[in-house]
Design a protein around this ligand. Structure first.
Ligand code: ZN
Ligand code: ZN
Length: 207
């Protein structure tokens, strides 16, 4: 199967790699339908992402359709449209035991520390996939990941009705945040950036 691999900074290649097979742990085979291009993918390409290791198949906003499941799969079925969790965690460290796998001591992010979604197939644990609603296209489902970041930021900030909010940066995440902040009916939203077209878009979206 084909994959997009950053061999080393500024060296991107379409490579051939073995199609993964399911096993007891990675018991769901996903045929990838779409993967987002994140700012951090561009950073990995340019060699400016401190977390990434090379060579690396990038892509961490990953959606697809389930093509095969193992005998031990309980909830996921062949044909399910799914999004793949980008975070893999050990499940046993202090952070994992406290329900915070996102800051696991042995955290590995797909597309950053281990191979990600710019390839035709991935075999992953059933617990790492979530079924997509029928109404959501694959392309739109890509935005689930940045949207969850925005939802988490608003929750951590304990945003409330009629708050005044300042969002620093109007890129993919800042603009996702602007859309989620709007759901709280804020009194005022201020968006800060150095890029005029992005500020113009922010104004049109309620800043
Ligand atoms: Zn991203
Ligand atoms: Zn852990």
């Amino acid at each position: 199967m084909k994959a997009v691999q950053i061999v080393k900074p500024n060296d991107l290649r379409i490579i051939d790699m073995d199609k993964p097979t399911i096993d007891v742990k990675n018991n769901v085979l996903v045929k990838i339908k779409a993967a987002g291009i994140c700012g951090s993918d561009v950073g990995i390409y340019h060699g400016t992402n401190a977390a990434a290791t090379y060579p690396r198949v990038i892509g961490h906003e990953i959606v697809g359709v389930v093509e095969e499941v193992g005998d031990n799969a309980k909830k996921i079925k062949v044909g399910d449209r799914v999004i793949v969790d980008q975070v893999t965690a050990c499940g046993t460290c202090y952070a994992c035991r406290k329900g915070r796998p996102n800051v696991c001591e042995h955290l590995q992010v797909r597309g950053v520390h281990i191979d990600g979604g710019y390839r035709e197939y991935m075999a992953v644990p059933e617990s790492d996939v979530y079924v997509l609603p029928e109404s959501l296209s694959y392309q739109d489902a890509i935005m689930i990941e940045p949207t969850t970041i925005a939802v988490q930021a608003c929750s951590r900030a304990q945003l409330e009705f009629q708050d005044t909010v300042m969002i620093i940066g109007a890129g993919a995440l800042g603009s996702s945040m602007l859309r989620i902040v709007a759901l709280y009916s804020p009194r005022k939203v201020i968006v800060v950036d150095i890029d005029e077209p992005k500020l113009e878009a922010a104004l049109q979206n309620g800043a």
